[in-house]
Design a protein around this ligand. Structure first.
Ligand code: AMP
Length: 398
């Protein structure tokens, strides 16, 4: 296959991120990346920079809608100033129970992904919108859905299956797992020396953790929705279901409509809880660290709850794997919050996890385990766009 530019699209609630890679003959070169931030505001940001970090576009336009934002991206890529993409890979958080393989996007596929939007309500509606727009604004280009759930397709039934009546299982209620492209990337970056028993903690604004045997996912903390598992920026993580019923009944006192009440409950557990809910301050770890320095006890409790929960998950995954060779931290907090890594690992010496404070005192890719640590502890920033490009190239070759 000759070289061709592949566009990667990754859309969030207030931004569209994109990058273009030149792909061919086993080579992958990032040509440029960019983003439109601040969707829904009068003062958005639209930037594109090349692989050396030089800004090629740097604007502060009004970005009232997602449609305006995506048109800006499409217009720039059609302007002739950049290599026009030959294929597009869409980061797709959840394909539901029926779409488990990465594949070519058709209007029917978009409808099917959309029919399971309730599983990832913060991501899927945005992703399907961008898919439909991409088919219109880049006519004739092959578009591919690259799934976060793909990595977790190897979950054993005992991990996937939920202890609920089978009628709900038949509706697609099961553990799917998220952050799969990040996990895939860590495995790819460890190749050819992927350890037999591996735990990867993806700690970002959303946070999850996976137990991986010989590169295949054995268990993962997020389940039906990304709200489950470990606590994160504004999500509860796993919680006594009785708490949900308690909160729902309280909401129902002033909101008798059941669906409205359910929507309010969803807002509570996925947007107002986690680090934000406990601290009553911020979902951002940097703000919490500043507040802790200033003596804020709620910020301290929020971070303690976060690190305590993660340590417990690591312990249970060591039991599930029946051993551990390597622990990898990734994501914004995993890569940058030196104190969080130290706090999580502080009580894990009995599991053979010992972090060297000097080695840990670094941001970015580094090995932080002490010389006497049985388990290697590493920090690895993922290359998620590269993984998406690799899948697109593989699918184009089919
Ligand atoms: P992500 O969702 O992977 O972009 O990660 C976002 C999270 O990483 C936020 O909670 C940030 O506060 C956190 N983060 C980013 N940089 C730092 C830093 N230098 N120190 C501590 N946390 C950071």
């Amino acid at each position: 296959m000759s070289s061709l530019p592949v566009l990667v699209l990754n859309s969030g609630s207030s931004s569209i991120k994109f990058s273009v890679y030149e792909a061919g003959n086993g080579e992958r070169t990032r040509l440029f990346e960019g983003a439109v931030d601040g969707i829904g505001t009068d003062l958005g940001k639209f930037w594109i920079k090349d692989a050396e970090g030089k800004k090629l576009v740097d604007q502060t336009p009004a970005v009232p809608t997602r449609a305006v934002a995506f048109k800006m991206v499409a217009d720039a890529l059609h302007s002739g100033d950049f290599p026009a993409p030959a294929a597009i890979g869409h980061r797709t958080v959840c394909g539901g129970p029926t779409i488990t393989e990465n594949q070519l996007i058709t209007p029917q596929l978009i409808d099917e992904i959309e029919s399971y939007a309730a599983l990832a309500p913060l991501h899927t509606p945005i992703a399907v919108y961008i898919m439909r727009e991409a088919l219109k604004l880049f006519p004739g280009l092959p578009n591919f859905a690259i799934l976060d759930t793909y990595f977790h397709r190897t979950l054993p039934e005992v991990a996937k299956h939920m202890p609920i009546p089978s009628e709900y299982v038949a509706m697609g209620v099961r553990r799917y797992g998220y952050h799969g492209i990040s996990y895939e990337s860590i495995i790819h970056q460890l190749e050819p020396n992927v350890p037999e028993n591996l735990i990867v903690a993806h700690l970002g604004n959303g946070a999850s953790i996976s137990a991986i045997r010989n590169g295949k996912c054995l268990d993962t903390s997020m389940a039906l929705t990304p709200t489950s598992g470990i606590i994160s920026g504004s999500r509860t993580g796993d919680i006594d279901p009785g708490v949900l019923i308690f909160i729902l009944k309280k909401i129902a006192e002033t909101t008798p409509n059941t669906l409205e009440a359910a929507d309010k409950l969803e807002t509570v557990i996925s947007k107002k809880s986690g680090l934000l809910g406990i601290s009553e301050l911020s979902n951002d770890m940097r703000d919490l660290r500043d507040a802790i320095k200033a003596g804020n006890a709620k910020a301290r409790l929020a971070v303690d709850k976060f690190t305590w929960t993660i340590a417990r998950w690591i312990g249970s995954y060591v039991a599930e794997l029946n051993g551990l060779d390597m622990l990898v931290f990734t994501g914004g907090i995993g890569e940058n919050d030196i104190a969080a890594r130290a706090e999580i690992c502080a009580g894990l010496g009995a599991l053979g996890i010992v972090v060297d404070p000097e080695r840990n005192n670094v941001r970015g890719e580094v090995t932080i385990s002490a010389a006497n640590s049985k388990v290697k502890v590493r920090v690895i920033p993922p290359l998620e766009d590269l993984i998406i490009v690799n899948h697109v190239v593989r699918l184009l070759g089919k």
